[in-house]
Design a protein around this ligand. Sequence first.
Ligand code: CA
Ligand code: CA
Ligand code: CA
Ligand code: CA
Length: 964
Amino acid sequence: MLNSAAGFGYQVKFVKNLIKSFLSSDTQFSVSQFSTSPEVHFYFKKFSSSGSVETDINRISQQREETYTAKAIRHVVNNVFTPQRGSRQNVKKVLIVITDGQSYDRADLGGAAQLAESKNIVRFAIGVGNAFDTPDARRELDTIASSPSNKHVFQVENFNVLEVIRQNLQDKIFSIEGSQSSGESLEMEMSQEGFSAVIVPEGIQTSIVGANEWRGGYVQYTTGGQKLKTYEDVYLEPDSYLGYSMAIAKSWYGSLTVVGAPRYKHRGVVVAVNRENLKKQKIEPFSSQYQTGEYFGAEVCTMDINNDDITELIFISAPMYMEPDREGRVYVCRLTGLFVECNFDDPVVLRGHAAVKGRFGSSLAVLPDLNSDGFRDLAVGAPLENNGEGSIYIFNGEGRGRISPTYSQRITGSEVQSGLKFFGLTISQSSFDQSGDGLLDLAVGSKGTVALLRSRPIVMVRAEVSFSPNKIPTQNVDCSKPSENTALICFTMTRVSTVDTARARIDYTITLDATRKPPNNRAYTSGKQREKSGSVDVDLGRHQCSTVKFLIEACPEDALNQLSNELKFTFNSLATNTNLRPSLAPQAQTTAIHPLGFEINCGTDNKCVDNLKLDFNFTRSSEVKVGIDELLNVTVSVENRGENSYNSRVILTYPAGLSYRKFTSQQGRSECISLDSEDGLSRGRTDCTIYKPIFKSKTKVFFIITYGIETNSQLEREIFVTANATSGNQEHAPTSELYKQKSIDVKYSIFLTFESSFSSHNLTPGMNNSQEAVQQIIKITNYIRAFNFTVVIRVPVKLGEKDIWVDLSSLQIANCQRGNDEEPLNKEFVAEIQKHKVVDCSVATCRVFKCNTFMGIWESRMYEISANFSSGWIEQIGFQSAKFLLTSTASLEYDKNQYIYFSAWTKNNPPVHKIEAEIKVYSEPDYIKEIIGGYIGGLAVTALFTVCLYKAGYFKSDYKEMIK
Ligand SMILES: [Ca+2]
Ligand SMILES: [Ca+2]
Ligand SMILES: [Ca+2]
Ligand SMILES: [Ca+2]
């Protein structure tokens, strides 16, 4: 509708150009001019019959009357948009009103617009010049135009620039051409609707990838085709291609439409739209990762791995992502609640083979569970691999909502059929059994050909091993030879997927006692081998067995821990005439331990609780006499008062000075080995096994361990021995007695010899003033070991009331201390002396000298008693003429707790040595002195005695025999 106001020539030119731009399309035009009365210049019918109306338009002349816009609209609606005037059914009707907004029938504009609306006529109002200067004029344009007015009202400064809006108006008209409904989504045309589509609970959802200048989006329809919702993202840039790919993800909290826009900013983005509230999550790789042109989001797909109707994974492909050696990748994202987590920091990606071109990820399809492990699998197409031959990859879903990033299979186009091009360009989103074998098949598209790939049957193989006998005997066995056993190894193949026949060869290896490193294995086949291999052919449902004979070491040390025998097998499918070769289910256990245990007799609970009572003693020894005793016998007893005890042992420890000599079994079966202290500091250790391998219930052992004691051993004053009983049983009765420690005193042998001179003196009784010089030498020699001791010398000094010596104070012994004088026990000395002819400390008062000394081994020391006799004391004895002995003594004092005197015949008491002087009493004095000769004689005795010691082997420490 042209306004008859100013600028009419420009309006005519505008209309001509507008019509010209639609000439190639199926658009029809009618032109009217409005003033006081509207004038139709030509109807649709005329336009369609002539095809070009340029001449008609050139002939239009301006009316120059009043402006009645409402009246004109009503006229056009009622008289032009009618079938009689050539208006077609089921086409979009558009009314363009060019006006300056100054109509005389403004009050009726609303009604006129309503009338047009009721006939689904879309109205554009082009306001020219002053039309926007006044609010009334502006309102007039809004009233005329369809809503929203911002899309239907155009503004131009004046008529001569009408041309600038023509392109825009033309696009809008062009875009609504062919649409069924009016008044909305002018941007929907050219939308390429259906580029991708998904089925949703409400019906179907199709993408409109070209809508809004290729920003894209999607539309939701009911199954009946009624439009429900449209999703457009006005913030995306033009040419983003949102909707190029689309998938639905489901969670407990609702569902998402996952839509790819692979040309967004030339790198792509994926949008996850909440289907409830249309809230969106934008998914895009970090700027450090993305590549221009990678086509991120070219394909999206969602995977419910475990068939519980909840999506675990979302795959997003970027088929043009370039790596140095390959092209294309698929990002693996997880769905958490309604959030898509791609972890772009360290993304999980699926990749194909190295190839110059690959386009890996050009197609994605979630497959049924191909390998029958309970998890769905994924196919990814790479149609440009192998110079455009193409291939597809299979990735296996896994538990806990994951997918293995390593593909399980790659199928190239040439494997399927030679000459295929772009194999894997598409993969069918649903799989059915087309081959009729009950197994699902996979349709893969390539250029001009669809290939149907059959899936292989999946079978399961179970291995069983039984042993005969099923327990290794432990009771009353002959420990001199190994025991025999036979393993029966059986395999059973069962179907996992639908299949009637299947054959396979099983190659197996059994490793006996596999957890022990050779040569510690307790079982072996002939030739001491621990491994035995073989193979069997199996059919579906049938049991196939073979046997392996082997030996078990006789009475092994460890008869408690079972033999862990490992069976490994490999599966090699064999062809049958009807079926494809089977595959082994991935969950098949191809390695397993088949234990063989030892016989246990431990009651119904099969748990052995032993109750060991350990004790020991030192076998009649109350102390260790170093240098005297050569051996120490330790008697050990162990009793098992509970259930069978396994690998029972007794471990004794003993001090460094003892050395293991022998083991003597007294009762029961036991064996000991021992290791003496090597460094002289740590303790020696004796390790005894008791009834190896099983110390049965209610059994006892006794044995004696003999340790040698070296003469030069340096031991503590008290030594101790420990004994500890152990067993392999998990549990010991609480009343068990497993540990004992016992001590024994240690004494060191000592041995000394005494020698002294023998002197003879003649005295005349009654000559009180006569004197006789006396010199006695005592020599002490120390053998065996160095030690501290005291020599006690007792010298008679007084008989009755008379002094024996002239000057008592001069009686001294060098290096000795004088002690207290000791009174005799017997005061009646006359009769005693007359009877025994001896004057000693039993009848005389004696002076005591104590000589403390330390003497090394083989050292000697001499003490000298030197003084003058007086003769005045002799008279009181009543001798006229006689010979008697004046006897001093030398004895030893030492620490009796530490040392023991080596002398069996004195019961280990040290000797009391007598130092004797012979006194001869004559009626007449005799001055012959014999002192010197006597002294020499004494020394001769000493030398002889020493020679005797040597000859008897004293120096070999075997002097005990010699003394006897
Ligand atoms: Ca799931
Ligand atoms: Ca699977
Ligand atoms: Ca099939
Ligand atoms: Ca028990």
